[in-house]
Write a protein that binds this ligand. Sequence first.
Ligand SMILES: C[S@@+](CC[C@H](N)C(=O)[O-])C[C@H]1O[C@@H](n2cnc3c(N)ncnc32)[C@H](O)[C@@H]1O
Length: 322
Amino acid sequence: MAIVKCAIDLGIADALHKNGGSMSLTELASSLKCPPSSLYRVMRFLAHRKIFKLSQTSQSTLIFAETPLSRRLLSQGKNSMAAFIQLECSPVMLAPWLCLNNRVQEKGVSAFDAANGEDVWSYASNNIAHSKLINDAMACDARVVVPRIIKEWPNLFDGVSTVVDVGGGDGTASSMLVEGFPWIQGINFDLPHVASEGLPCERVQHVGGNMFESIPKADVAFIMWVLHDWGDDECIQILKNCKEAIAKDKGKVIIVESVIEEDAKDKFEDARLMLDMVMLAHTTNGKERTFKEWSCLLNKAGFGHFDVNPIEAVQSVIVAYP
Ligand SMILES: C[S@@+](CC[C@H](N)C(=O)[O-])C[C@H]1O[C@@H](n2cnc3c(N)ncnc32)[C@H](O)[C@@H]1O
């Protein structure tokens, strides 16, 4: 991952993209203002990992070209994951990996706490630059996942007028939802220091608060990549508050999270299991959950039934009905 961050910091994907998609090693080195020898070693490794493509002309000139994967490293654009990689490679997020034993041995202190002295959300509220890194990283994921939800489940918000996005970050997901489902109004709900930095959007209202206390009322609650940050008891509390917030007649809670399949063969399972390790490193009690664990959690939170709707992503869309 650190080599990928190095590629982002150097602007390699951007340079190739601006040049029509490919460049010789000499051109790339001159454009990035670095000596060809070290750059070649980095590019040889990243080409081996299929992040860039390496070829040779008949005159033995080395040519590097972009790939669908390298376009995820562009600094801008709807498919860019650069901010996500910058977050995961920040010293604050890397340090807990070196204290992972604390969490595994259940020593009473999480890996994140052991490394940074407080839990991830307190740290973010006390360090606004880190909070922005988190928000930008989450927005990257939202830009990839929300369009897939809109495309693959176009009836998800039929008959719904208002949606509250619980732990919605900077409101990227809400603004995409109101655009994709133009009949809904959105409430982007997050901690006050996050909501106050919400992106302006005509049909989205940013509201600050604490989801463990209460959640603004709406027909439907949408909650993406939040429950995996928390342990079961905390999730039950959040889900009960979601249940309180939604309409009694047409209410539902739309949970966008991974569903781990113990013997899954799909291409996302490796990423789901890796994310579970990320939860181990970065949260106090968070985890990715199996179908059975989701079922147990939703049952305890008072939801009578639920459906799991797959999308072309690491996450599925779990729709829970009171
Ligand atoms: C992993 S991020 C997910 C952001 C967004 N849902 C997305 O997927 O792009 C978790 C979010 O939960 C928010 N959060 C943490 N504790 C919260 C609380 N007590 N009340 C409301 N939001 C909270 C964080 O500020 C953060 O924006």
